[in-house]
Design a protein around this ligand. Sequence first.
Ligand code: GUN
Length: 300
Amino acid sequence: MTAELLDGKRVAGEIRKEVAAEVHKYVQSGGPTPCLTAVLVGEDPASQVYVRNKSRACERAGIDGKTLRLPSETSQQQLVDTVQQLNHDPQVHGILVQLPLPTGGNGGTGFDERAILDAVDPLKDVDAFSPVNVGLLMQGRPRFLPCTPHGIVQLLHRQQISLAGKQVVVVGRSDIVGKPMAMMLAQRDGSCGREVANATVTLAHSRTQNLTEVCRTADCLIAAVGVPEMIRGEMIREGAVVIDVGINRVEDKLVGDVAFDEAKEVASAITPVPGGVGPLTIAMLLHNTLLAAKLQHPVA
Ligand code: GUN
């Protein structure tokens, strides 16, 4: 079998157009121009590229995309103060603190990342990292959905792939992807209805025994571990849908968490890297920024 390619880039383009049209309508109805401010600490080249891409995508959707650059010598308190200033700025609707924060920051002792993310006003928390937004998601009444898992739900929905009643295995239990992904797919009512929801979900991780056998139970396998090509062909059930969240740089090439050439011979559908999940994350960030503006400034 040669798997169908799930073109995240194309679907992200569709979503971005829809968000741009909604932004236009919102501003025409008297809403302010939505504004996302990304906080970038230090000089990490990959983070600089991500933030630049986010800001460009904002501008193309009619959203004001600002970047606040701080040196890696910034202290924990200065960073928390910066977040609080943005919380109180009525012209800023979404706040995104780019991760990872530099390891040698805060005078060499490193940042308390959790405390910084906790400082973001939940109404401006477009990453959906704050405990309030995580809690609302857990209870099945989400406000913001985390961008990458939401992008995956949108992709599956728009490709008419149903997961209701199916076995899903999520590999990786990060707060950003694995945990919320598992929660979203297990719920009765998903963000795109009941078909990309209602799954029987297994959340596998580094201590999972017999990972190959566990993965082989999956009708849909979602890899979000951050280990290049860890998921091999033999770990995939014939005909499974494979979603590869990994973006790993190996010798100047981007590879996913899935060994693509092996997987495409077994899977029925698979996301490529690049051009799969990555572009959807940005599209959903734009969606969340518009939602943040609407929550703070409702129009009739
Ligand atoms: N670094 C990598 N992905 C993300 C993301 O989705 N949000 C933030 N804030 N930082 C990231």
